[in-house]
Design a protein around this ligand. Structure first.
Ligand code: ISL
Ligand code: CA
Length: 578
C-alpha cells in the first residue's frame, strides 16, 4: 500500500502562507506555527514550493543554492524543525525540485560564464546565430535559433562576459542546465541525496519533462512555444528520470510527482507507468483548460460535457492520477469553474460551488492535492489593475498583448483571470487587519511598499472569508473538505474504484466510481454535479442512474434517493448506488 495513494497532499506556497516576523512575507517558522491547522485538515504530506536561497525573480523557482534556505524564509534549523514537527504529526515533507534551470546567480553559472572548469558546459551556450540576421529577432539580437520562452520572451540572452548566448526557457535569470553534460546529472543526484538525508519523503519535480534538448534547430512556428518539439518529453529525458529513480530515489523509497508542462496523454503514460520506474505520477493541465485557449490565457465558454470528456480521458488513460484543481500557477477554482458571488456568505453560490468542487476532487481516482486556501474557498484576487500584480508571467504576457495593440480593458479582462497572482494572495486566517497572515506594521493590504505590508495584496474579502469563521462551523467549506478527506480515506472504492463517465448535458455532469474487480465488492457510487446557477432537470436516464443512499450532498440532503427530478443551482449529489 503506497502512502501517496492513500492520503492527501497539501501544497504550501511559503511566501503567502504565514508570516511570523512581521516583514509581510510568509516563512518557515510561520508554517511550523500552523502545523496544528494543517494536521486538523487530515493531510498526509506537505509539498513545499521552493524555500532555497534565491534572488526571487520567479518567487524561488530561480535557485542560487540548493543546499541552503533563503533568509526570507528562515534558516536550515527552521527547515529541520519543520520536517521534525511535521513527522511528529504523521505528515511527510515533499520538496520542490527545480532542476531544469538554476538562477543566473548560482555559483555554477557565475563560473560557467567565465569558462571556469568544470562548469563551462553546465549550461547551454551558443555563439550568435548564422551570418544572416534572423527574421523577427529583436534589433541588435542574433540568437542561435527562433525558440520562445514560457514567459513570452526570447529564449536566448547574450552574455557580455562570455560573449555567447545562453538558453533559458523561462526568465533570462533562469538559465537552463545542460543535461548532455553528465556532471549535471551527478550534481542533481547530490541535491536529491542531501534532502533525502534531511528526511524529506520525495519531490515535486518542476517542469521535469523539458530537461533534454535533443537539438537546437529552429522550431516550427507555434502560437505558444516555438521550439517545444525539440525538448518536450524526449527520450533523453526519460533516460534521466530512470537513472535518478534507479540510482537515488528508489533506494531511498522516495515519492515523485512530475510537473509536466504541455504534456499529452501518451507522454504522461510513459512518464508515470509504474513498470518504467520514472515518476509516480504527473501533473497535466488539460482538465483546467476546458474554458481556455492558448493554455490558460484566453477565456472561452465552459461546458460540463467537455470537462467530463477530459476527466474521463485522463482518469481512464493513466494507471494513477495526480488529482488537483489549484496550485500556485492556476487561478482559484471556485472563481474559475465555480461562482465566487457572495464570497464568505453562508449558502451563497460561492459556498455551494466551493463545495461542489471539493466533491468533484474527492470522488475522482488518484492522489488529491489541496493548494493552500482552497480548503476555505479562497477566491481570485480583487486587484483593479496591473499595478497591483507582481507576477512576471502576467506582466510579460501583458507586454506581448500590447504589441498586438489589444486595448487595456481586454488585456486586463484576460489576464486578471489567468494571472498566477490569483493563487498567491496571502492566506486569509482571520478577519483582523493583515488577515492573520501578518502583523506587519504597514497598511494591511494592496502590498504597499512600507516594511511589514504583505508582499502581495490581501483580498478584501478576508473579513468574511477566513479560516477562523469556518473552523467551528460544521456547514463551512473547510468542514466540507475535512469530511471529503475522511470519506475518501474510508472508502476503497473512492480510492481505487474504476472511473466511468455516465452523462453530461449543458452544465450537468455525472460519473460513477465502481469496484469492478473480479471478486470485488461490486460497490458503486454515482456522482452528479450542476455547474450552473440554474436548476437543471434530470433526464429519464439521469434519474434512473442517480438512485441510492446519499453519501455526499453540498446542500445537506440525506437518506435514500430515487428518481431525482432535478439538481439545484451548484448542487453536488453523490449516492451509493450499490
Ligand atoms: O505550462 C504551464 C501550465 O499552463 C505554466 O503555467 C507553467 O509556467 C509551467 O508549467 C512551468 O511551471 C513551473 O516552472 C516555472 C515556474 O514559474 C512555475 O511557478 C512552476 O510551477 C519555472 O520554474
Ligand atoms: Ca516573514
Amino acid at each position: 500500500m503506497q502512502w501517496w495513494k492513500e492520503g492527501v497532499i497539501y501544497q504550501i506556497y511559503p511566501r503567502s502562507f504565514q508570516d511570523s516576523n512581521g516583514d509581510g512575507i510568509g516563512d518557515i517558522p510561520g508554517i511550523i506555527n500552523r502545523l496544528p491547522e494543517i494536521a486538523a485538515l487530515g493531510v498526509k504530506a506537505i509539498w513545499l514550493s521552493p524555500v532555497y536561497r534565491s534572488p526571487q525573480i520567479d518567487n524561488g523557482y530561480d535557485v542560487s543554492d540548493y543546499r541552503s534556505i533563503d533568509p526570507l524564509f528562515g534558516t536550515m534549523e527552521d527547515m529541520e524543525r519543520l520536517i521534525a514537527g511535521a513527522e511528529k504529526r504523521g505528515i511527510r515533507i515533499i520538496m520542490d525540485l527545480v532542476v531544469n534551470h538554476t538562477s543566473d546567480e548560482h555559483e555554477w553559472f557565475r563560473k560557467s560564464r567565465r569558462r571556469e572548469e568544470p562548469y563551462t558546459d553546465y549550461y547551454i551556450w551558443k555563439p550568435p546565430g548564422g551570418r544572416k540576421k534572423r527574421p523577427g529577432a529583436a534589433s541588435g539580437k542574433n540568437p542561435p535559433n527562433n525558440w520562445t520562452s514560457f514567459f513570452m520572451e526570447d529564449a536566448w540572452t547574450f552574455d557580455e562576459v562570455r560573449r555567447e548566448y545562453y538558453l533559458h526557457l523561462f526568465h533570462k535569470k533562469q538559465p537552463d542546465l545542460n543535461y548532455k553534460n553528465p556532471l549535471v546529472l551527478e550534481e542533481v543526484q547530490g541535491i536529491l541525496r542531501f534532502w533525502l538525508d534531511k528526511g524529506v519523503a520525495g519531490f515535486r519535480c518542476d517542469v521535469i519533462n523539458v530537461l533534454w534538448k535533443e537539438s537546437l534547430d529552429d522550431g516550427k512556428k507555434s502560437s505558444m512555444l516555438t521550439g517545444l518539439e525539440h525538448y518536450k518529453c524526449r527520450e533523453g529525458n526519460h533516460d534521466i528520470l530512470r537513472r535518478l529513480r534507479k540510482e537515488t530515489l528508489d533506494p531511498a523509497g522516495a515519492f515523485t510527482v512530475g510537473e509536466t508542462a504541455m504534456v499529452d496523454l501518451a507522454e504522461a503514460k510513459l512518464l508515470s507507468d509504474e513498470a518504467r520506474r520514472e515518476l509516480d505520477m504527473v501533473f497535466y493541465f488539460d482538465h483546467l483548460e476546458v474554458d481556455r485557449r492558448f493554455a490558460r490565457f484566453v477565456p472561452k465558454k465552459f461546458r460540463a460535457a467537455e470537462l467530463l470528456k477530459r476527466l474521463a480521458k485522463w482518469q481512464q488513460g493513466l494507471s494513477w492520477n495526480a488529482v488537483y484543481l489549484e496550485n500556485h500557477d492556476q487561478s482559484r477554482i471556485v472563481s474559475h469553474y465555480g461562482c465566487d458571488a457572495g464570497a464568505g456568505q453562508k449558502d451563497s453560490p460561492w459556498e455551494r460551488s466551493a463545495k461542489i468542487l471539493a466533491a468533484l476532487e474527492f470522488t475522482l481516482r488518484g492522489t488529491p492535492f489541496i493548494y493552500q486556501g482552497q480548503e476555505m474557498g479562497m477566491t481570485n484576487f480583487d486587484f483593479t489593475g496591473f499595478d497591483q500584480v507582481k507576477d512576471i508571467e502576467t506582466h510579460n504576457f501583458n507586454r506581448l498583448l500590447k504589441k498586438f495593440h489589444l486595448p487595456l480593458w481586454l488585456r486586463w479582462r484576460w489576464l486578471r483571470l489567468s494571472s498566477r497572482d490569483n493563487a498567491r494572495t496571502p492566506v486569509q486566517w482571520s478577519g483582523r487587519p493583515g488577515a492573520g497572515f501578518t502583523e506587519g506594521a504597514g497598511p494591511p493590504w494592496r502590498g504597499s511598499p512600507w516594511l511589514g505590508s504583505p508582499w502581495l495584496g490581501i483580498n478584501g474579502n478576508y473579513r468574511e472569508l477566513n479560516y477562523e469563521t469556518q473552523r467551528d462551523d460544521p456547514g463551512s467549506v473547510l468542514s466540507f473538505y475535512k469530511r471529503m478527506i475522511r470519506l475518501r480515506e474510508q472508502s476503497e472504492t473512492l480510492k481505487y474504484g474504476a472511473f466511468k463517465p455516465l452523462l453530461a448535458t449543458g452544465a450537468l455532469l455525472m460519473y460513477s466510481r465502481e469496484d469492478d474487480t473480479p471478486g470485488g465488492t461490486g460497490e458503486a457510487y454515482v456522482a452528479a454535479f450542476n455547474f450552473s446557477s440554474r436548476r437543471v432537470k434530470l433526464s429519464g436516464e439521469g434519474r434512473v442512474l442517480l438512485r441510492g443512499n446519499v453519501v455526499i450532498s453540498n446542500l445537506d440532503k440525506h437518506g435514500a434517493y430515487d428518481l431525482v427530478p432535478a439538481l439545484e443551482p451548484w448542487e453536488a449529489l453523490v449516492v451509493k448506488a450499490r
